[in-house]
Ligand binder design. Structure first.
Ligand SMILES: Cc1cc2nc3c(=O)[nH]c(=O)nc-3n(C[C@H](O)[C@H](O)[C@H](O)COP(=O)(O)OP(=O)(O)OC[C@H]3O[C@@H](n4cnc5c(N)ncnc54)[C@H](O)[C@@H]3O)c2cc1C
Length: 248
């Protein structure tokens, strides 16, 4: 990110080359980098819509959502993650997934700036990750996660919460104050993992980045980095004319 302070009001914002480029990108909350950037570029993000597909016409590419159609655009950037409705990626399912939740950071000796994970061989793993705070709430939060074979994920809906908490706490007692804040199974999200990459992550007017282009086990801890690097590489490439930035 540049060192320049962002404009403080919309009046101060002046479109520059970067913001002109932004206007050529789709109106999708994931593909407009931040509300500040969008405001600078005089782009109004369209949020609360589910993308369902794309449609190419002679004038460009259109994005279809559950609420209608947007476009035409020069290019659509698909950053809709592992369940992308636009990506043709057929990833290989992995043998392990996880259940995870985020909770307020409790009184604990664990460091607030480090990921900590406890393993038994490669078969069992519990983790605690500091994740900052929610918008408008300064309370620091933690992501807590517990690996499960996919067969155990299949039966997760029947698993008793207290029984599960006792198993995890027995495995790693430091999890106890984090798990104490999980009182309803609905706080826990089951996640299944898969692995694979698109050989060619783009067509003429549609490009896939992040998990929509490549999926790997979160245990590698690189998915977010790779998604950010994709976005950065694409932003740099788009300084060129589109046909040079994304050659066939
Ligand atoms: C349990 C778990 C733990 C992880 N831990 C780590 C870690 O420690 N380190 C790490 O680097 N990575 C980790 N990852 C992986 C990381 O979260 C992903 O690689 C990363 O979030 C990919 O970013 P993305 O922007 O491509 O997709 P996402 O972050 O998945 O964003 C996709 C967005 O698109 C939206 N979306 C999806 N479909 C539609 C649609 N049809 N219409 C409109 N919007 C849609 C989604 O709501 C979401 O906001 C973890 C993943 C999981 C599941």
């Amino acid at each position: 990110m540049g060192g320049e302070a962002p404009p403080t009001t919309e009046e101060e914002a002046k479109p520059d080359d970067e913001t002109k480029d932004l206007r050529r990108k789709p109106l999708n909350s994931k593909t407009v980098p931040t509300r500040d950037t969008a405001t600078r570029a005089r782009v109004t993000p369209a949020t609360g819509q589910t993308v369902t597909g794309t449609r190419e016409t002679p004038t460009g590419i259109h994005l279809t959502t559950d609420q209608g159609q947007h476009g035409p655009f020069d290019l659509i950037v698909d950053a809709s993650g592992a369940a992308s409705p636009l990506s043709p990626l057929a990833a290989r399912p992995l043998a392990f997934g996880a259940v995870w939740a985020h909770v307020p950071w409790p009184a604990t000796d664990l460091p607030t700036t480090e990921l900590r994970q406890r393993y038994h061989r490669a078969a069992r793993m519990a983790g605690i990750l500091p994740i900052g705070h929610l918008p408008g709430d300064p309370t620091p939060r933690a992501a807590v996660f517990w690996s499960l074979p996919t067969a155990d994920l299949d039966t997760w809906p029947e698993r008793d919460l207290n029984d599960w908490k006792a198993e995890v706490t027995g495995f790693w007692p430091a999890m106890s104050p984090f798990l104490a804040q999980i009182t309803d199974k609905a706080q826990l999200t089951p996640a299944r993992y898969s692995h694979g990459s698109l050989r060619k992550p783009h067509g003429q007017r549609l490009i896939h980045i992040g998990d929509a282009a490549h999926r790997a086990s979160p245990q590698l801890g690189q998915g977010a980095n790779m998604a950010l690097l994709d976005a950065r590489a694409l932003a740099l490439a788009l300084r060129l004319p589109l046909e040079d930035a994304i050659p066939e």
